[in-house]
Design a protein around this ligand. Sequence first.
Ligand SMILES: Cc1cc2nc3c(=O)[nH]c(=O)nc-3n(C[C@H](O)[C@H](O)[C@H](O)COP(=O)(O)OP(=O)(O)OC[C@H]3O[C@@H](n4cnc5c(N)ncnc54)[C@H](O)[C@@H]3O)c2cc1C
Length: 374
Amino acid sequence: MVGRRLVLVGAGHAHLHLLRQASRLRTAGVDVTLIAPPRFQYSGLASGVLSGALQPEAAEIDIAALAAAFGVRHLPQPVIGIDRAARLVTVASGETKPYDRLSLNIGSVASDPYGLISQKDVWPIKPLAALLALRARLETLWARDRQTVRVVVAGGGHSALEIAASLCGLAERNGVRPDVTVIAPEPGASLPPSARTRLLAALTARGVIFQTGVVVGRSKGGCHMSDGTVCPCDFLVLAAGLAAPSLIADLNLPVDGDGRLRVRPTMQSVDDPAIFAVGDCAVIDGHERPATGVFGVRAAPIMLSNLAALGDGRPARLYRPQRKWLSIMDLGDDRGLALRGQFWSLGGPALRLKRYLDLGFVRRMRAPAPSNGE
Ligand SMILES: Cc1cc2nc3c(=O)[nH]c(=O)nc-3n(C[C@H](O)[C@H](O)[C@H](O)COP(=O)(O)OP(=O)(O)OC[C@H]3O[C@@H](n4cnc5c(N)ncnc54)[C@H](O)[C@@H]3O)c2cc1C
């Protein structure tokens, strides 16, 4: 019989759902432990916090309180090692925890192919706490002498453009002229062409400069491009893609080009059925999707069913992610850009819908357990 010790690593979108449904796992005879840092920053509201429209607390979920409310044992530590042969995880304090099944929902990190993160005044787009620190630093500098801070955003995808818009919003709220340059081979290439034109025009009108290129190096007061030119820069935000945390590579299991664990539609590793993974750190064979929170949210009920099946022996369910999904960028000035397939809409209603959905998610996840169980 399959052992029933389930260890959840990371409190990402899917695991938040599992925590709230822990009684279902317990009823199925599964013993659950969560290992994750005690606080979680919700990415859907990160740009709203960076732009100064929201306070940091608006985006935060107290994981320790949530685990306690739903009766789940919680180790408030990052996992630093996984020994698949011995079925043991090691946390930062050195403590180890045995498992029969391990589920990973540990998100992603900023891609850094040129080793820029360790350099001075480089701010990776993840973890989201780094963006909060960036806001605090800019506000301190501006409060001191209203000096202009030249910020370069390396990357031209969805998140990079949203960060550039948020930085404009933060400068505008602080009464400072934004000085933001976006450097990418083709900014906004993943957007529908008409949406791209509209968004780039809206950002240009607020002072954003777009430059074609790839940032490969950093020195005091500048960042270096692959063609040898140097762009003046005080702060560099690294937003040129996301990759799986190194813990995934350490498993020695099949991964994709971004280091994400390859899983089956049951959310189990293609090579080790004891390892489940979901969200940004995983990719379902044949159903590759970009890194966005919605897939973890939608996969969660399937994960719950499959992990409960450890105890009650029912067959595994399959998760097939949808082909189209709604995403809404926060433009930092009370407008949003909503996208679904080729359809898009830019304006106030898009941002209001985003706030409704994102604040609603955080509120639901924070809600205490009902007194009569779940
Ligand atoms: C600026 C920005 C804005 C974004 N906006 C949106 C948006 O509006 N909507 C959207 O859907 N997506 C958005 N995304 C994408 C989104 O961040 C990710 O797709 C989403 O957070 C992935 O969710 P997840 O469930 O995989 O993990 P996450 O939500 O990232 O959670 C991972 C959890 O694992 C924990 N963890 C990490 N390592 C360890 C470890 N070693 N041990 C234990 N715990 C660990 C972390 O502390 C965290 O609690 C945005 C991304 C960025 C960078």
